[in-house]
Design a protein around this ligand. Structure first.
Ligand code: ADP
Ligand code: ZN
Length: 197
């Protein structure tokens, strides 16, 4: 089953996607994690371009993201589905994904929209920390690690994402409102949208 998680940055897409992935035993495909990993392992022009957009809180151009994510979805472990977290984020990406899945006789079956107001998102993201090793997410107030800023599982020091700074968070929210929120209608019209407060 192919499931899409929608919602503004900080809504909890990653946390919920991870739960669903475990429960249904299908891979969790987090576009942000895949892009950050691409930038980390390859020091080339493409990485430079991706990094520039990410640092500014802007969406990475469609053609780049579509290629990278569809390559990932072409791997064997996605044969029976995946939970998509952070992709698609534009109408062009949503249409490209539909075409990609259709070519394999598959389709998106469920879209979950996590609906969270802006002020809540800002509060969540500025206190968010993550484990650089396993990508597990913590919140310093609401979901703190057991030991002072160390991952409960890996015991390594948690980090703050550079783009979780307040000014960049605002830019990411703006991108979400301007470009991603239209996907809510796109999937509502297909009758596969579920809204979670
Ligand atoms: P969040 O949902 O918390 O904002 P992500 O880790 O999903 O964070 O994304 C971080 C950044 O990666 C985005 O701000 C954007 O620059 C880039 N990115 C991730 N997914 C996409 C996508 N589908 N299209 C364009 N850019 C993306
Ligand atoms: Zn960890």
């Amino acid at each position: 089953m192919f499931i899409i998680m929608l919602g503004p940055p900080g809504a909890g897409k990653g946390t919920q996607a991870r739960n669903i992935s475990k429960k249904l035993n299908i891979p969790h495909i987090a576009s942000g994690d895949i892009l950050r990993e691409r930038v980390r392992i390859a020091d080339d022009e493409l990485s430079k371009k991706i990094r520039e957009h990410m640092l500014r809180g802007e969406l990475v151009p469609d053609d780049i993201v579509i290629k990278i994510i569809h390559d990932r979805l072409s791997q064997n472990d996605c044969e029976h589905g995946a939970v998509l977290d952070g992709y698609p984020r534009t109408l062009a990406q949503a249409k490209a994904l539909d075409a990609f899945l259709e070519s394999k006789n598959k389709r998106v079956e469920i879209v979950i929209n996590l609906d969270v107001p802006d002020d809540e998102v800002i509060k969540r993201l500025t206190y968010r920390r993550l484990c650089p090793k396993c990508n597990r997410i913590y919140h310093l107030l609401f979901n703190p690690p057991k030991n002072n800023e160390l991952c409960d599982i890996c015991n390594v020091k948690l980090i703050q994402r550079i783009d979780d700074r307040e000014d960049i968070v605002k830019k990411r929210l703006e991108e979400y409102r301007n470009r991603t929120s239209s996907l809510i209608n796109y999937y509502a019209e297909k009758h596969i949208l579920y809204i979670v407060n």
